[in-house]
Design a protein around this ligand. Structure first.
Ligand code: FE
Length: 134
């Protein structure tokens, strides 16, 4: 079975975001209250900056939410970072670069787990999780 050859936990690498520059940080802005909007600030490289060049950059950050009574997670949203210095004059020739940070919001009446995913164009997929409790 091909599933036995592919370990998703290894494909989506994880570590302490303060020590590993690829891991998406999850910050909950403000209070968490049942049924009210939860604001998630997601950022790669808050403590240790990740390179941001045409050749090496963060492509996107995505958030999912797995309520504790559900079998499958809900995709909350995804932000693409598409400007990395390239222009008609070649790589790193413009001054336009996206910052790998975004804010996504959602509501839930059930507690659960936030899963943040990020992608570096040369170092692959990364993940982080945070519990939502009322
Ligand atoms: Fe990287």
């Amino acid at each position: 079975m091909i599933e036995e050859l592919v370990n998703l936990n290894e494909l989506y690498q994880s570590a302490d975001w303060k020590k590993e520059k690829h891991v998406p940080m999850i910050e909950i802005v403000g209070e968490i209250k049942k049924g009210l909007t939860i604001s998630l600030r997601l950022q790669v490289g808050k403590e240790i900056e990740h390179p941001n060049t045409t050749e090496h950059h963060i492509e996107w950050i995505q958030a999912l939410f797995l309520p504790e009574d559900e079998k499958f997670p809900f995709i909350i949203g995804r932000t693409e970072f598409n400007a990395h210095g390239a222009s008609i004059n070649g790589p790193n020739s413009s001054t336009v670069y996206c910052d790998p940070t975004t804010t996504l919001t959602f509501k839930t009446e059930i507690p659960g787990i936030i899963i943040a995913l990020s992608s570096c164009n040369i170092h692959g997929l990364w993940r982080n999780t945070q519990e939502i409790k009322f």
